[in-house]
Design a protein around this ligand. Structure first.
Ligand code: ATP
Length: 388
């Protein structure tokens, strides 16, 4: 069985804690993506699972057995790295067969496994070539082939697509996800790319500064981010975060952002009972680009006024960058939207709205922007934790 249990796993380099109390259960056959910005500890976590790095604290179990002291080669895992480390002088066949030959598998069994893997990876016509005669994507598939033939309990992948060009990444990301699904081998996949995380994983674990921030399905992570970090890290362009003063009014509530107001009706408030406790307090609201748009094309009844300073036409949408009179809330994400230099930038928050491609947008210009208030996110201003 390839189920994996990380129990308060920790890694310290001297006094620096690269991974802190990481607890994750990965079910047999599951595809888990570990995602986070550079330096968050995701590779270190993977290397501890692989046995390439000693575990400082906590327990690692694979298939129920404690693995902390088990040597890497005895853990029944196979790793795929970003530099595929293929042997340049060997054919594709021999590269894939190598680990089986080392383990002295008989020739017929080796041949069968290599050919099975080559069929699955569509490498059958290239088995006699050397890595130098392959495209980047084909080389990546050979690296996958080497992992597959070993039929391990767990695949560990560390940014396996990062050396490929953008188009190939998109193609390979679908191929790897489909392959994992077909093989049903438990997989932990490390990336800093939130799109890979969203599209590939059964579940996504978001890390920051060595700590797990949230774990859940891609939908949960995107639609119910646990804190401002996850909220802004996942999604591109990033969610805008603004300070807002919150006050209950009748059955609903009012949000004041700078000199503007958004009304929250009773129905929305009912779905977020914890908001009641924030009456008269300042909190952080989050708005995703797709929840703001052209009032002429939107059913959202509430609007704000913004000063548009940039219009990016993507063909399918127009990204409208604007500033509003209101205070940008602190964001702890590398994807943070930076306010344009401004006389009073502290009090001007930058937002991005996704407009319909047929919309009229003048740059620069004052513009009314529709806001879908039912899709707002709310966060505690002191902790950044989501309010539900
Ligand atoms: P990246 O996406 O850049 O690879 P990461 O999230 O995978 O980043 P890790 O490689 O796990 O990050 O590193 C986590 C932290 O531990 C970093 O701050 C790194 O500098 C530190 N670190 C890693 N290896 C060592 C080491 N051998 N000695 C000291 N610090 C280390």
């Amino acid at each position: 069985m390839g189920d994996l249990k990380l129990e308060r796993l920790g890694k310290a380099y001297g006094t620096f804690h690269a991974v802190k109390d990481l607890s994750i259960d990965v079910a047999d056959g599951e595809f888990l993506v570990l995602v986070g910005p550079s330096g968050c500890g995701k590779s270190t976590a993977l290397r501890m699972i692989a046995g390439l790095e000693d575990i400082t604290s906590g327990t690692l179990r694979i298939g129920g057995e404690v693995m902390n002291e088990v040597r890497s080669k005895d853990r029944d895992i196979a790793m795929v790295f970003q530099n595929y480390a293929l042997y340049p002088h060997m054919t594709v066949y021999d590269n894939i067969a190598f680990s089986l030959q080392i383990q002295k598998y008989d020739k017929a069994e080796t041949d069968r496994r290599v050919k099975d893997a080559a069929r699955v990876l569509q490498l059958e016509d290239h088995l006699k070539r050397r890595p130098g005669q392959l495209s980047g994507g084909q080389r990546q598939r050979v690296a996958m082939g080497r992992a597959i033939v070993r039929r391990p309990a767990v695949f560990l992948m560390d940014e396996p697509l990062s050396n490929l060009d953008a188009k190939l990444r998109v193609q390979m990301r679908a191929e790897i996800a489909a392959l994992q699904d077909r093989l049903g081998v438990t997989t932990i996949y490390v990336t800093h790319d939130q799109i890979e995380a969203m599209t590939m994983g059964d579940r996504v674990a978001v890390m920051k500064d060595g700590e797990l921030q949230q774990i859940g399905s891609p939908d949960e992570i995107y639609n119910r981010p646990a804190n401002t970090f996850v909220a802004t890290f996942m999604g591109s362009p990033a969610m805008a975060l603004l300070f807002a003063d919150f006050a209950l009014e009748g059955a609903g509530a009012m949000l004041r952002i700078g000199n503007q107001e958004l009304r929250i009706d009773g129905q929305i408030l009912e779905k977020r009972p914890d908001l009641q406790g924030y009456d008269g307090r300042r909190l952080i609201i989050g708005i995703r680009p797709e929840h703001m748009g052209d009032p002429a094309m939107s059913t959202a009844a509430q609007t704000i006024e913004g000063d548009v300073f940039l219009r990016e036409s993507l063909g399918s949408d127009i990204m409208v960058h604007f500033q509003i009179d209101g205070e940008a809330a602190p964001v702890v994400s590398p994807d943070t939207l930076e306010s344009l230099p401004d006389d009073n930038s502290q009090m001007r928050a930058t937002c991005i709205a996704r407009f319909d491609p047929r919309s009229d947008v003048t740059v620069p210009g004052r513009r009314t922007i529709a806001v879908d208030v039912s899709a707002l996110h709310f966060f505690d201003a002191a902790t950044g934790e989501a309010i539900w």
